[in-house]
Design a protein around this ligand. Sequence first.
Ligand code: ATP
Length: 503
Amino acid sequence: QDDQFKKVISHAKEYGYVFQSSEIYDGLSAVYDYAQNGAELKKNIRDYWWKAMVQMNENIVGIDAAIFMHPTTWKASGHVDAFNDPLIDNKDSKKRYRADVLIEDYCAKIEAKIDKEVNKAAKRFGDAFNKEEFLSTNGRVLGYQEKINHTLSRMAKSLENEDLADVKALIEELAIADPLTGSKNWTDVKQFNLMFGTKLGASADSAMDLYLRPETAQGIFVNFLNVQKTGRMKIPFGIAQTGKAFRNEIVARQFIFRMREFEQMEMQFFIKPGTQQKWYEHWKETRLKWHLSLGMGEDNYRFHDHEKLAHYADAAADIEFKFPFGFKELEGIHSRTDFDLKAHEEYSGKKLQYFDHEDNASYTPYVLETSIGLDRMFLAVFSNSLQDEALENGTTRTVLKLPSVLAPIKAAVLPLVKKDGLPEIARKIIEELKWDFNVVYDEKDAVGRRYRRQDANGTPFCITVDHNTLEDHTVTIRHRDSMEQERVKIEDLRDIIKKEVDV
Ligand code: ATP
């Protein structure tokens, strides 16, 4: 698992997808740059989402609100008071950790012990091994499992009750050590706000304290009435938005899974109070279908229904994806009631109500939210697509099986040799295709090596121009996943590619 994840990170760098930010200065922790291919993949994911949410739904419109918002926004939303992580310092190493993550890592280590026992037993019993039975009857494994359950539920309860002393007590009882130095000398647990602060204006006394938005949702709520009125929107309707969000994450690891600057794709769906259950189910199903439409394997997704709800929600579920480090949240679907609009009414003194002509009555709408991290989606797509494939001739190839609709480059055009007029024909093909697709030209190395390079880059098609092309205007088109090759007419190329990459 670890090895696969390392491979994902190094492949992302080697093929121009993701770089560490400010790398020449040794990087900035949990900040990344999207490179030439990464920027295209990210844009394609964003477009795929936007098309499904905005273009395909008559009652959903998209906006692009500013990152800076009036500071009172974050009072109303609850972020000033309740957007915190519990932190603990080690007195010897002077290192800072998220208390809940220390505890989760401890549980992950016990889980690894369970895995080890399972593997040992599987080897010992061979074909006769039944994992379920082993897990439910082996005393030692049961003990480990009980310890994990007990630890996590005590932590959840303590955090919910803001009992930070008990979180510290738990760390001490479990004798959790500083992961770097092994020291067990801990400070008290303190809450730490995740918002980045900054200032608007130059002079010290007139400057205003601002925050970089930690989520895009609030830009939608404060514009609710403007959009409803100018767009003449009738409930139920949605407002969608993609854009950057910022969180001062303390445990910044796992590559682009948890970043300090990241991008969200959110949609707030405004509904009549009392209909939230129906819409909650609707959007859970609709969003899962969107994921499945990419063909990345049904088994890689699961729902996680929240028992513990945030202060704004009356129901919430995550769509989890199987990342190289296990199932983790990819998208959240939240029934937010009228919490946000009511709060903004209270803090702004402005009414944010909807007049329902059918009922002849005004009300504050309820909200159903779908919220997905674009970077997390990128990681899901990229890590799932990267495969080492054993070939019939005994060799292996590295292939990035990106869904064609998302691939940064749709086709590479390759002259078999650098002479006899073949490069000129290849260039001409590019001139024709570039109006519809991102295409590249590649003439370096033997054609087999060029194929492998495009495989690793995720390019769905290679088009090879050879000497027969001079006579009959046909080329070879090679499919990335099947490696099958067909002879086709140059004039048919556009339609062949379009059929596969258009949705
Ligand atoms: P987590 O529990 O993983 O911190 P969250 O529950 O705080 O996430 P939300 O506030 O619901 O996340 O944000 C919605 C989505 O935004 C998440 O499902 C995730 O895809 C994405 N997201 C949140 N925080 C980050 C981050 N630091 N880096 C990248 N994506 C993020």
